[in-house]
Write a protein that binds this ligand. Structure first.
Ligand code: SAM
Ligand code: SF4
Length: 466
């Protein structure tokens, strides 16, 4: 089967037509779409377009309430926690918005060697992290992809007396089918890749050098990844480059294409907004800046459109924006992040090797305390990936709601592990109370499993999951 035809499944004409037809939707139409979304079966392109046309504050409020209901029904109060690990800022591309672009002389170049990667990993483990998102520019030391494979192995190899990293996701450039197979063999969790913009003309204007200029190579990367057996992929758009309404519809076309070809869509969606970056004008003056209100709207619409796909919020956003979007559909957050290679070892300053400015600088313990004070249960769970519940298998469990009997118990047990091993006394007090409440609100099998796993963790056992 040849699945990598460069067919234009991103159909700009169709998107423009649908957007035009739904520019000013009637309130009744909007309410019909909200009612359909409440069935949690997802939305089609037209319906997504209708929601992007909402401007009336009371209808916006209804959108946010619907998103909140769906989020609470599917994900409950769980929030998965991870940290990015930048291994290298070498890059051969010229993305005009990124500090790592090849010709940017204002950035100090660094690629970590394997010992340095292990040191960074150790520091993340000692903060309490269990999940890492490994990030790199598109150029590897000695021009060898083996560097990426070695780095993943180095991360998995580190064991401290406190623990280990249990899932490595990666955000690196698109690969050939062959290299995707090697990446799969390295036991990655999710392969994450953002199209940046689905609008071809804009894409060509902002990618002016290197391999990344090839739109088709990037937009078909998930086809190759999935053909190579990587079933968890993470999609995303860099908001601010083009009209967010267009991007949302195009992302839906991409998702529906993956569902059509592979029977399953992406595992996660990321919603990065352009942030200031050293040596980039456009990053400070996005041509299609997304307002805070529209940003919340984007998260809410995505929650309705693809209810079972996780939504990731990074530390690009401020603590307040992150808090606001938990209620609208965000299910995973990074915490305590650095975006420069070696940033955890040299944590006193975000130096001029960083990729972009952060909006949330708080250390992990503070983020965990804040999240827990809001009633959200931070989860360090890696159970699904390790038990092979990925891709379509995950979705088959998630859609009828069966996944709750795993996720909820695993969230409280991994949170308890964090509290016992790493938390400050203040965070631990808040967290233990929250765990009791969370178990109290579970039912049946989930409650039974949660009590059993947490009891084992309290007795000093680690890595308890079901
Ligand atoms: N080099 C690989 C690539 O471009 O796909 C992966 C790593 S790149 C560091 C990860 C992501 O950072 C990019 O896909 C882009 O969306 C995001 N990024 C780049 N510059 C940014 C900026 N100024 N603000 C926010 N995110 C940015
Ligand atoms: Fe390189 Fe990725 Fe930055 Fe583009 S976004 S310059 S490819 S690191």
């Amino acid at each position: 089967m040849t699945i990598i035809d460069h067919s234009r499944f991103i159909d700009e004409q169709e998107i423009s037509r649908i957007l035009e037809a739904n520019r000013r939707p009637e309130p009744q139409k909007i309410r019909e779409v909200l009612a359909k979304a409440s069935e949690m079966k997802g939305l089609n392109l037209e319906e997504v377009a209708v929601l992007t046309g909402i401007s009336d504050p009371s209808l916006l409020h209804e959108l946010f309430e619907t998103a909140n209901r769906i989020k609470e029904t599917i994900y409950g109060k769980r929030l998965v926690i991870f940290a990015p690990l930048y291994i290298s800022n070498l890059c051969a591309n010229e993305c005009v918005y990124c500090a790592f672009r090849a010709k940017n002389k204002a950035v100090v170049r660094r690629s970590l060697n394997q010992d340095e990667i292990k040191r960074e990993t150790e520091l993340l483990i000692n903060q309490g992290h269990k999940r890492i998102l490994m990030v790199a520019g598109e150029s590897y030391p000695k021009n060898s992809f083996q560097y990426v494979l070695d780095s993943i192995q180095s991360i998995y190899e580190v064991k401290t007396n406190k623990g280990e990293i249990r899932r490595v996701n990666v955000n690196i450039a698109p690969l050939s089918l062959e290299d995707f197979r090697l990446l799969k063999g390295a036991k990655i969790g999710t392969f994450q890749l953002f199209q940046e913009t689905y609008h071809r003309e804009t894409y060509h204007n902002v990618h002016i050098g290197g391999k990344k200029m090839d739109y088709n190579w990037r937009v078909t990367a998930f086809h190759r990844a999935m053909e190579a057996g990587i079933d968890d992929v993470g999609i995303g758009v860099l908001f601010g480059l083009f009209d967010y309404r267009f991007e949302l519809l195009a992302m839906m076309q991409h998702i529906r294409e993956l569902e059509r070809v592979f029977g399953v869509g992406p595992h996660t969606i990321s919603v990065p907004r352009l942030e200031p970056a050293t040596g980039s004008d456009i990053a400070s003056h996005p041509p299609h800046a997304v307002s805070d209100l529209d940003f919340r709207k984007i998260v809410a619409i995505l929650r309705l459109a693809v209810p079972y796909t996780g939504i990731i919020m990074s530390t690009r956003e401020t603590a307040q924006m992150r808090r606001d979007t938990f209620a609208l559909g965000v299910s995973q957050i990074s915490a305590g992040s650095r975006t420069n290679p070696g940033g955890y070892s040299d944590s006193d300053h975000e130096d001029d090797s960083s990729q972009f400015s952060l909006g949330d600088h708080r250390p992990l313990d503070e983020v965990i305390r804040d999240v827990a004070s809001m009633g959200y249960v931070p989860s360090f769970c890696t159970g699904c990936y390790r038990l092979g519940r990925t891709g379509a298998d995950f979705m088959d469990m998630a859609k009828p709601g069966d996944i709750k009997n795993h996720c909820n118990p695993n969230a409280v047990s991994t949170f308890m592990e964090y509290l016992m091993d790493y938390a400050s006394p203040e965070t631990r007090a808040i967290g233990e109370k929250l765990i009791e409440e969370a178990i109290g609100s579970m039912q049946g099998l989930a409650q039974e499993r949660a009590r059993m796993l947490v009891a084992k963790v309290r007795m000093g056992k680690h890595d308890m999951y079901c």
